[in-house]
Design a protein around this ligand. Sequence first.
Ligand SMILES: [Mg+2]
Length: 119
Amino acid sequence: MKILVADDSKLARLSLMKIVKELEPSCEVIEADNGQIAIEKFQENSPSIVFLDLTMPIIDGYEALTQILEINPKAQVVVVTADIQSQAQAQVMALGAKMVIPKPISSEKMQTVLQQLVF
Ligand SMILES: [Mg+2]
C-alpha cells in the first residue's frame, strides 16, 4: 500500500511517517513538501490515502485537494491540520475530503483512519 504525506513541515512529515510505519511496516510512504509536489506525486503514484496539510507554499491544501479529486474523484484524502476551526473543516469536507483530523495525529487515531479507509 502507498501513502502520500503532504506537509511543508519536515517534522510533521517525519512523525506521521513514523506512526504509519509502526502500524504498517510494508507501507510505502511518499513525501511532498508543498501542494504542487503533492499533486504531481499523487498522479505518479496513485496512493491509497493522502494525508494533506492545509497551509503549504506554492499550492495550498485546499487547492491541492481540489486538483487531486479532479485527477481521481475516488481519492481518499485525509486533511491533517492544526486549524480546528469548524469553518475550515466544513470547507474541506465540502471539497471532498474523507475526514479532517487535528495535528498532531496520534498512533491510535492513525489506526482508526487506516481501518476506516483501507481495511
Ligand atoms: Mg503547513
